[in-house]
Design a protein around this ligand. Structure first.
Ligand code: ADP
Length: 263
């Protein structure tokens, strides 16, 4: 609580008492804590690749570049780590745009199947490498009112996660159920699953079930936070169900027609 007070006097200027106002600042404090945590997390996430880039560059400059094999190996680490920095920064910028109150969406009526096909062509290589089969069962004529580049980003994040957290030879299913006013899009995998105690937190920024696994697979820890913001900007909601070693299903429920919340 924050307390502020003021004295009360009567007509003859005699002191009668005080008024105390108790402000409940629990929410404010919580927001401040979250902001501090976020800054600390961002700094930590940036520090790791920068330390590694600096260290390998220093070792190269200190003489290691004379050995062509070592040079090749260190340069490829530097290249990979700078890619990670780039991805992290572009995810942070996207998240900060999505968090702005006056977010402008570019809403168009689009065939959802074509957006799914765009995403599949982007992930085909990584799915093939792990021999993961992606099955799509979506009406090819179904149209939705969405911001197509953001919706593609949403799908890409869910599908890349499904590939990362699913062992070789397993499956991914993308389905769409149509109802009168809304649709339900599901991305299901037969992967490692998420223990139930982690489920309520996976949409938080930088929350990961297994930090090492996520980093090794190139994850920034921001993918699902971005997905949730995109879904909510479209007045939809997202649900997750998961069973360890059985798999995970993300369901996105979206209205077929977009209504601007501010109009
Ligand atoms: P990351 O970059 O770590 O993948 P995300 O925000 O996309 O970050 O996901 C947060 C965490 O949720 C991941 O680190 C992972 O532990 C878990 N997760 C997300 N999708 C799946 C999935 N399909 N199967 C299992 N775990 C998942």
């Amino acid at each position: 609580f924050m307390i502020s007070g003021a004295p009360i006097f009567n007509h003859s200027k005699e002191w009668k008492g005080v008024v105390l106002v108790f402000h409940d600042i629990t929410d404010l404090k919580r927001l401040e804590e979250m902001r501090k945590d976020f800054v600390a997390n961002v700094s930590h996430e940036l520090k790791t690749p920068i330390t590694s880039i600096k260290g390998f560059a220093e070792t190269l400059l200190g003489g290691a570049q004379e050995d062509p094999e070592v040079r090749e190996q260190f340069l490829s680490i530097i290249y990979k780590e700078s890619g990670r920095l780039q991805l992290l920064i572009s995810d942070l910028l996207e998240l900060s745009k999505l968090e702005k109150e006056d977010l402008q969406l570019n809403i168009q009526k689009v065939t959802i199947r074509s957006l799914i096909d765009d995403v599949l062509s982007l992930v085909r290589h990584s799915a093939e490498e792990k021999e993961i089969e992606i099955n799509v069962d979506v009406d090819p004529d179904l149209k939705l009112e969405v911001d197509s580049s953001r919706f593609t980003q949403l799908l890409l994040n869910l599908v890349t996660n499904a590939i990362h957290y699913t062992p070789e030879g397993e499956h991914i299913y993308i389905n769409m159920d149509e109802h009168e006013n809304d649709i339900k899009l599901t991305v299901r995998d037969t992967g490692i699953g998420i223990p139930s105690e982690h489920l309520p937190r996976i949409f938080e920024r930088f929350y990961r079930v297994d930090k090492a696994r996520s980093r090794n697979s190139g994850g920034t820890g921001l993918g699902l936070a971005i997905v949730k913001h995109i879904v909510e900007a479209h007045n939809g909601k997202i649900e997750v169900e998961s069973e360890v070693n059985k798999g995970t299903t993300f369901s996105v429920i979206l209205p077929k027609e977009f209504t601007n919340p501010s109009s």
